[in-house]
Each structure stands twice: as structure tokens, then as C-alpha cells.
Write a protein that binds this ligand. Structure first.
Ligand SMILES: [Zn+2]
Length: 486
């Protein structure tokens, strides 16, 4: 038996000026693609052959250019057509939060186009990010769709392997099953749904227990994605029955799971210490020992922002409380300045105008700097790819804080300590590290705690502004909590 496998991952934030182009993708084919799919040896161990189609990871960015999407989808569909006589099922790793110009959800479009070719019965198992949007036709196009449980997504690889195992079982014991799906009138930001915290921890435990039931093949909760205006936004739950006879039972369980989440809608909250920008910087500066972290949550690169905002840099430069502190910005995205300093030698001094200037938030800041170090930025969370060159510059001449800034040509987030080390800096050498995240990632949080300092989320403005109730969403289902009082 053979399965065809492919991955398309894109998170589209429409509040940034850049489009996601073909260049934005880590695009791989053949064995090179398989090496990034996190499938382990599940298919190999089961004696199932793997036909590798495209691996396309666009990370987080803007709306996807139509021609880029057409190319990626076209490659996948061409592979499906070419191998249709050989394949017994498919495994897809999709994100669920792409938005393609003129199309809408690219994820939904790909799955539907595959169904048009293979018909309704070929087993297709989809592993996905919980921050993806669902709709009835998308869920019904999958035989099984299951999201990761943890945010941050520490169980990504385990979820992929689990989905591959489910597919192997379905190949060996074919079932005529359909997922049970319920949409909830609830939108949430990723920063309010951290899995170490309530109510997500209880929801996950509830679903884990549900999956112990032999009548339930899979149960998952999908937070959804709110960084582009789409009618498919909103939370959803999916329960997949084990056999056709369990279909009615799965529908009941989907109702129960939907009610369980809905009943906890008032419990969702920002995880950790969360403050308005002025107060957040004061809090971070009040730490007398260790390394404090401040997250610039309105410019969260893991949720599609560019990481280009200089707002917090200007705030630190003007702050009396930051005087005498060693501060690291990890990092600020500015392609023009990155290109300007890329050819300078370590130790060179120069003047830069740091800031892409897209808007007031990313307004340039004039700085005299010295080139401190450089390196190739490593990936994170199992993705060890090369994110390109990064430069670390030290700001000169200020009597205030001692500031080092990581300047990146592209928006990539820095969430693990080895990423800082790959550019020649150690977080523990600083009193305060400013990062482009929402909720603080585990390794950084742990360093703050271990060193006797705090991590604080600053509610800055930007493309990933956290106040869900104030987002300009016109196309979503209404009423919708918390926009509407329900
Ligand atoms: Zn996610």
C-alpha cells in the first residue's frame, strides 16, 4: 500500500503590507521534503510506501499571492493525478490560516481540489494547527482532521505521527466515516489560549479522555485564526467516529465538547503578566536580578506580524527606568538596514536609520552603532532550517541603557535560546530581552524565572493587536463572542 503526503503551512496576517510570495516559502521536494515532515518511521514500520509531494512552509506572513498558491497547489494536484492508481490514502499537514488573494482559504481550496480528483471515499488524514479556521465543507472533505493540543505547539511532531498511525489503521481496516463538526460563535486570540493555562488545560484533558473511548477515533478543538477577515473564522470542534456505527455517538460527543468549550468562554484570559506598554516596561525594568523578558505582542511574528516595529525601542531609549540596564532586542526586521550592515566587518562603526517606516509603529530610529556579531539564524521547535543571516549591533553613545539589537532582513521570531546563540549573543548576559512574541515561549520564560526575573506581555499596537473585541472583522458570523455580549 502507498500513501501520498504533502504539507502546506501558511498563516496570513492581512494587516501587513507584504504579500506571501513563492520566495517566502521553504519549498522542498522528494527526500528533502520528507525529512521535514515529522512523520518518523510510522509508514515505514507498517510497510506502507510513501509518495512524497510538496513540502511548502510559508510560516507567518501576509496574504498569499495567487500565482504562488497556484504553483504549490498545482504541484500537489499534479502529483495526486500522476499517482492516483498507486495510492491508498493521503496524509496532509495543513495549517488552516492561509488567505489567498481571490480565493480565500488556501488550505480549504487544496483539500477540496484533491477531493474533486479522488472522490469522497479515499482516506485523507489531516494534521493541523489549532490556529486554523474550519468550515463544514472543509471538515467533511477530510476523513480525519486533528489539531495539535499544545500552544506553544510542543506536540506538533507527536500529532503528525499520531495522524499517520490513524491513516495506517484506516488503510488496514477501511471505515466509511465522517467527522462530526460544530462551529462555535467564539473568537479567541492565540494569547488567550495557552495550553499550560486554564481553560485549555481542562479542555485538552477532556478530549484526551474522549479519545480513550474506542468509539472515538479522534477529538480536537480548533481555536481559529483572526488575523484576516473571513467568514470561516471562529472556534470549532471535531469528533471523528471509529466506525460508521459510531457516527451518531460522535455527533453527541461533538455537542458535548462544543458545550464544554462554550461554557468556559469567560475563563479565557491572557496568560501570564500582561500590561499596557508603559506599565509593562516599568515592570520589566523593576527586576533587580536576572534576565527579564518583554514581549511586543502587537508585533508578534509567530502570528504573522513583520517584527518591524520600533515602538518598544523608542520607548526604551526614552525611559528613565531603563538607564543602566543591558537591553537586547531580539530582533527588529528591516531589510534595508540588514543589507547596509551585512558587508561591514565586526567592530566597524556606522550610522543607521533602523526601521522599515511602513507606518508610525515602524518609524525609523537614527542610531550610531558598532557591529557586534553575526551568524545564520537557526529555526525553532524541531524546525532547524536556516532563517538567513542576522546581525547584532550595539548602540553607541547613549548615557541611558546599553542596547544591543538583532537586525534581521526577514521577520523571524526568536523563541529558543540556541537561536540567540546562533547569532553570537546569550540572553543571560542581559537584564532585559525584548522579543516579538505574544505569550512568552517556554525556554525564555524558564530563564526569566530561574534567574529571579519576570516575563511580561506588553499590549502594544500593531498587526497582532490583542484586544479581540476591537478587531475590524466584517465577514465573520454574528453574533460572535466577545464582540457581541452573549
Ligand atoms: Zn498555531
Amino acid at each position: 500500500m502507498n500513501v501520498l503526503v504533502a504539507q502546506f503551512v501558511t498563516e496570513s496576517n492581512e494587516h501587513i503590507p507584504q504579500m506571501t510570495t513563492l520566495d517566502s516559502y521553504d519549498l522542498r521536494f522528494g527526500a528533502d521534503a520528507t525529512s521535514q515532515m515529522n512523520m518518523g518511521s510510522v509508514f515505514e514500520d507498517a510497510g506502507v510506501g510513501v509518495i512524497q509531494s510538496v513540502y511548502a512552509n510559508g510560516f507567518s506572513g501576509g496574504v498569499v499571492e495567487r500565482c504562488a498558491f497556484d504553483y504549490i497547489e498545482g504541484r500537489i494536484l499534479a502529483d495526486v493525478r500522476e499517482h492516483i492508481q498507486e495510492i491508498d490514502g493521503m496524509f496532509l499537514h495543513l495549517h488552516g490560516a492561509s488567505e489567498v488573494e481571490g480565493i480565500g482559504s488556501g488550505d480549504h481550496h487544496i483539500l477540496h481540489a484533491i477531493r474533486d480528483i479522488v472522490g469522497p471515499y479515499l482516506p485523507i488524514v489531516v494534521a493541523c494547527d489549532p490556529h486554523g479556521n474550519l468550515c463544514k465543507s472543509y471538515v467533511y472533505d477530510a476523513t480525519v482532521i486533528r489539531s495539535y493540543r499544545e500552544s506553544p505547539h510542543t506536540d506538533l511532531a507527536d500529532t503528525v505521527k499520531r495522524c499517520c498511525s490513524i491513516l495506517v489503521d484506516l488503510l488496514n481496516h477501511r471505515q466509511n466515516i465522517r467527522p462530526a463538526y460544530r462551529k462555535l460563535p467564539l473568537i479567541l486570540g492565540g494569547e488567550q489560549s495557552v495550553s499550560a493555562d486554564e481553560p485549555v488545560r481542562s479542555i485538552n484533558a477532556y478530549m484526551d479522555e474522549m479519545e480513550q473511548d474506542p468509539r472515538v477515533l479522534s477529538a480536537s478543538w480548533h481555536v481559529g485564526y483572526i488575523r484576516h477577515d473571513t467568514d470561516v473564522a471562529g472556534c470549532g470542534v471535531v469528533v471523528v467516529p471509529a466506525t460508521e456505527a459510531d457516527q451518531g455517538y460522535a455527533e453527541e460527543k461533538a455537542d458535548e465538547l462544543a458545550a464544554y468549550v462554550w461554557d468556559r468562554r469567560h475563563v479565557f484570559h491572557y496568560t501570564g503578566l500582561t500590561q499596557e506598554p508603559g506599565e509593562a516596561l516599568s515592570t520589566a525594568c523593576s527586576c533587580l536580578t536576572g534576565t527579564a523578558f518583554l514581549t511586543d505582542s502587537g508585533d508578534n511574528v509567530t502570528s504573522g506580524a513583520m517584527g518591524a516595529n520600533t515602538l518598544v525601542l523608542r520607548q526604551v531609549l526614552a525611559s528613565k527606568e531603563a538607564v543602566g540596564k543591558k537591553v537586547l532586542f531580539g530582533g527588529i526586521t528591516d531589510a534595508k538596514t540588514a543589507a547596509q550592515i551585512a558587508f561591514a566587518n565586526i567592530g566597524d562603526r556606522m550610522h543607521i536609520s533602523l526601521g522599515a517606516g511602513y507606518d508610525e509603529l515602524s518609524a525609523p530610529v537614527e542610531l550610531d552603532i558598532q557591529i557586534r556579531s553575526r551568524g545564520r539564524l537557526e529555526g525553532f521547535m524541531g524546525y532547524m532550517g536556516d532563517y538567513g543571516e542576522g546581525e547584532v549591533v550595539s548602540v553607541e553613545g547613549a548615557d541611558g541603557p546599553s542596547i544591543d539589537i538583532i537586525v534581521l532582513p526577514y521577520g523571524h521570531t526568536m523563541v529558543e535560546l540556541h537561536q540567540f546563540a546562533s547569532l553570537g549573543v546569550e540572553c543571560s548576559d542581559y537584564d532585559l530581552v525584548v522579543v516579538k512574541q505574544g505569550y512568552i515561549f517556554p525556554e525564555l520564560k524558564e530563564l526569566a524565572e530561574r534567574s529571579g526575573a519576570l516575563s511580561v506581555m506588553s499590549l502594544t499596537e500593531g498587526a497582532t493587536y490583542q484586544n479581540t473585541a476591537k478587531l475590524p472583522l466584517k465577514r465573520i458570523m454574528r453574533p460572535m463572542f466577545p464582540i457581541d455580549d452573549m
